[in-house]
Design a protein around this ligand. Sequence first.
Ligand code: DGJ
Length: 734
Amino acid sequence: MYSALRLSFLLPFLFLITKNSLAQNAVTIPIETLHNALVLQTDKENHLGITYFGKKLGSAVEYQLVTSQSRQHDGNAGTYNSAYTPAGSWNVSEPALQVTHSDGNKSMDLVYVSHKTSKENDNVTLTSIVLKDPVYAVEVTLHYKTYIHEDVTEQWSVIKSAEKGEITLNKYASANLYFIAKDYFLTHYNGTWAKEMNPEQEQLTAGMRVLDSKLGTRANLFQPPSFQLSFDKPATETEGKVLLGTLGWSGNFRMDFEVDSYHNLRLIAGINNYASEYPLASNKEFTTPSFIYTFSENGKGEASRNLHNWARKYRILDGEGSRMTLLNNWEATYFGFNEEKLSGLFKDGKKLGVDLFLLDDGWFANKYPRNNDQAGLGDWQENVKKLPHGIGYLVKEAKNAGVKFGIWVEPEMVNPKSELYEKHPDWVIKEPQRPEHHMRNQLPLDLSNPEVQKFVFGVLDKLFIENPDLAYIKWDCNAITFNAHSAYLEKSKQKQSQLYVDYVKGLYKVLEKLRAKYPKVPMMLCSGGGGRVDYEALKYFTEFWPSDNTDPLERIFMQWEYSYFYPAIAQSAHVTDWGKQPLKYRTDVAMMGRLGYDIVVSHLNEKDLQFSQQAVATYNSIKDVVWHGDLYRLVDPKENSYASLLFSSKNKDRAILFSYLTGNRNGDGSDTPFRLQGLDPAKKYKVKELNLYPETKTALKEDQVYSGEFLMTVGFNPAVSARRTSVIVEISAQ
Ligand code: DGJ
């Protein structure tokens, strides 16, 4: 067996056989995208296994031959490749589904019943496979939605029970996949406030590796539900087999990576079952969130472009639309503002040339005014001292100044020092018999409670009803969940173990209702920085705040990592006073996302103001390529002393190249050319440096014409150096 295993990597990608040999009338279900296939097949006991994952074959009939090529027989190990691994019967590895039946029995088995495939349109196909327990009345339907041209699959499960009594779902994963490769390299991310998205790559060895969150609200603070998985060897941007995976769930998640005794890899992804046994009543069903993934044989660049195309077209609210540039007052004023000061800032926004002014934290609460982060959260009435004429007046004033008006809210949270807390102590998530544990002096409200859902919806609804011209919302969430206990669940005789899940369901109910009434208003998803972003939340939000850390040097690294999973149109990036870099550098970095400002415009000297005004205008001329084009990460700052990324338009007529010096050693920079990507080899291009600081000149030869072939073979040098620390180059077809 060992030698057969070692040899397996020489064969075309991923072969497998199960302990039980193939049934005579095996059912084979290929689930294909443009380039890839996931093949499921029944064995002689009618269990459904994954027999192939990888590059699609020309002839689907040949998928049936896959299992004949493996010699991975192991009498003791059980069946590892289950399409949805049940616990408590023949399976001895990490399960996807674990159930306690109504009679207390803890065993599950699942056999194939039927499947059907329906086409939503030319690009989207849904394959649904029904499995059931031969003994107990529990059924699971596995759903695989494929987006053919994007090579993306969205996978979820629906668990139904027809048992007479209530059953308990102890584990209820969204997806179960199975891979065979020589080796597996997992890149996952760790972080905390202002240090989001630090990648770590590790080779998976025998046994389990778990990526998870138990933080509840702000679930991603230490780790997002996204990862890269390379097969055989670590993939590069342009080479290697790689899967990018992410869970669409704004709460506790869990991803199990288990390398089994064949050295094959099982992936199980879904809601974290930690403290979350979920009851399922008779004839009810539980729908898991979606696990979304894309696979490429050509490296991480292609994989992430596929994911971006999918996300813009099918997932992010208004993903193919437009965004507004803005001026935010958070770092300019913190909590210290009044109407007069804000009116001045509206004018500053107009002077800068941005579309919108965003009023941040501090505008509300009277009994316990929101003058710092210790009080007022939950009391969403305008503070009469700061804003005697209310929000309506500000919206009008902004309009008179020529900018739109947006506002910050944090409706899921409460300060103990607030009227809301005094009135509704039972709306707060806390352990009745233990001391409260706060983060940023606040606690989450209990969104499993329909009354709380109504309240949270009401906060936004009131703002919109009173201010129909409100043009933008920043939705914040600054505390994780401690002492996870719900007075509502207790009172309504439900289980405490529902809280983590019902919180997220409650949040989605609010967002659903909000979007039904206000479908278009752009909303930023923020969580004290990047504590919460995923592809379920982005159905309701147009963008997210990657981090409170806006030091451009840090942002280059963070935005690079986020860009594996999320397109630039969804990433808010502001010019602030963080970091030691010059204004041009700070601006150039923010221009790689949805550009905004959080500075005191009146503190800019004449040249800085002139530069910034011109930068907003330049951004307006390139934003279409940044938002809707294809991203190529060309020079990785983790391995070089500078970074370079290129966005190119779909027709390859125009590309924008962003380059930044990240090292500070003598001679650091681009002393040799690097190869561009995403151009047409047959087209002729000219280069032009954009966003130069006033009175500086380009170091590039702008009258030279290059073929796309030259730029992509010999390469290009944007001349990044200690004297030119950030460079934006427009590459236009002639
Ligand atoms: C945390 C956010 O990340 C900041 O941008 C700002 O909105 C503050 N909260 C306000 O309290």
